[in-house]
Write a protein that binds this ligand. Structure first.
Ligand SMILES: *Cc1c(COP(=O)(O)O)cnc(C)c1O
Length: 434
């Protein structure tokens, strides 16, 4: 390979990617876009440095400004969530979960979580599936935990409390993992946390998806409802770079979690991301309430509009959604794979997703029956309910009317011209450039 050609190819690919996203509708529920300040900080010198350990107990020199920034990041996170302790070192949501497994369980212990088919995340998954097939979920494969499932009720699109309580009695878990990747509604944290406490189990709420909504006080606050610990990714509904964090009010558990992170799981904890997280947290503190309100308003508006355009939107009887997510059942429209690919040609970026009833009707991961849509990024770009109605019309044109996706792409690009700036930030600026 010609090295200089490769070098140019990487740069031109990035340019093309930015141009593409600048004329698209990015609607992957786990993604968002960061402010220019967050992106600037990500390329700072912090990204060249090491600061192993805890502020004040570093095992490296040269960290005095790094310490100051990391302290600020922790302080901001503690203030946002009104908690006593925060560890901002996990380099992702998965690592945050792993730090909780490491701190609060032993290999062989039972952990209970939602199965992936019902909104659980691979980081809560078992080593092997029911037929002995390798799955490789973090809880089972990395920490050696025995994963048992929380019961889910398809009707209410939520945890089935009674059945879960019975399973908890049977399996006596050491840890309950709440939260999830498909999460339309607040979960029954209070009931489950009470039961967990009575049997000496710890409760972690994985807020990877909803951390920004919780920060903005528009979603359940798990620690107030009885969860012991909350882990999260900082980049889904939160304003941050790709990173993770853990918060708790429990000092003993926190001491263990700190040690699990270092020296357990991390050497370098990506100091540029910590700095970017500090900025994102300041943005959250200032604009989080307004943003989270707008996100949920948009999700509801999009769900309603899609329903009115003739789509099967999950949760119709429940008001569709209380989060940033909207779920479509596209089984009759050719399935998730086909719909995802058609939408992508129209520059609408979403991901296909398993619905809770997919396995029963013979669908699988590769071609599930659902699409999971998220409005976090469109909201950050300043879109509101009117644009959501327009977006729903694009979905209809592509998936129901059978209009050529490339034609719809032109309309998408036209709409995007009015929304090219990242809002809810101290410095607003262009979204997709570097
Ligand atoms: C996205 C997600 C994670 C993983 O987060 P990363 O930051 O990608 O490692 C963990 N748990 C849940 C529920 C998620 O949705």
């Amino acid at each position: 390979m010609d090295p200089e050609e490769a070098y140019r190819k990487v740069l031109s690919s990035l340019e093309e990617h930015h141009r593409w996203f600048d004329s698209s509708l990015p609607m992957i529920a786990s993604e968002n876009v960061t402010s220019p300040a967050v992106r600037r900080v990500l390329t700072s010198d912090f990204g060249h440095r090491y600061a192993e350990g805890w502020v004040g107990e570093r095992v490296y020199a040269g960290t005095k400004y790094i310490d100051r920034v990391e302290s600020l990041a922790m302080e901001l996170i503690r203030e946002i969530y009104e908690v006593r302790f925060a560890d901002v070192r996990p380099i992702s949501g998965v690592v945050a979960n792993l730090s909780v497994y490491t701190a609060l369980t032993q290999p062989g212990d039972v952990v209970m979580a939602l199965p992936i088919t019902k909104g659980g995340h691979i980081s809560m998954g078992p080593l092997r599936g029911s037929k002995g097939q390798f799955i490789g979920g973090t809880a089972g494969a990395v920490r050696g935990l025995d994963v048992k499932y929380i019961a889910f009720d398809d009707e209410s699109m939520n945890i089935d409390v009674d059945r879960t309580l019975r399973r908890m009695e049977k399996y006596r878990p050491k840890l309950l993992m709440l939260g999830g990747s498909v999460i339309l509604f607040p979960q029954p944290v209070k009931e489950l946390a009470e039961a967990a406490k009575s049997m000496g189990a710890a409760v972690n709420y994985d807020a990877a998806h909803v951390a920004g909504l919780i920060a903005g006080r528009r979603f359940q606050r798990p620690l107030d409802e009885g969860a012991d610990v909350m882990t999260f990714s900082t980049h889904k509904t939160f304003f941050g770079p790709q990173h993770g964090a853990v918060i708790t009010n429990d000092e003993d558990k926190f001491d263990l979690i700190k040690k699990a992170n270092f020296p357990g799981l991390l050497s370098n904890h990506h100091l540029h991301a910590v700095a970017a997280l500090a900025i994102a947290a300041a943005e959250m503190l200032a604009f989080g309430e307004e943003y989270a309100g707008a996100v949920i308003r948009n999700a509801k508006a999009l769900a309603r509009a899609l329903h009115d355009q003739g789509f099967r939107v999950v949760g119709e009887k429940l008001g569709f959604t209380e989060s940033h997510q909207v779920l479509l059942d596209v089984d009759e429209l050719g399935g998730g794979y086909r719909c995802e690919k058609l939408l992508e040609r129209a520059n609408i970026i979403v991901n296909r997703n398993l619905l809770p009833w997919d396995i029963k009707r013979g669908r699988s991961f590769k071609d599930p029956g659902g699409l999971r849509l998220g409005v976090s990024e469109l909201t950050r770009l300043g879109m509101g309910p009117e644009e959501m109605a327009q977006v729903a019309r694009f979905y209809r044109e592509v998936l129901i009317d059978g209009k050529k996706p490339e034609e719809v792409a032109k309309e998408v690009s036209e709409l995007r011209k009015g929304f090219r700036t990242v809002k809810y930030a101290f410095e607003e600026g262009p979204a997709y450039e570097h």
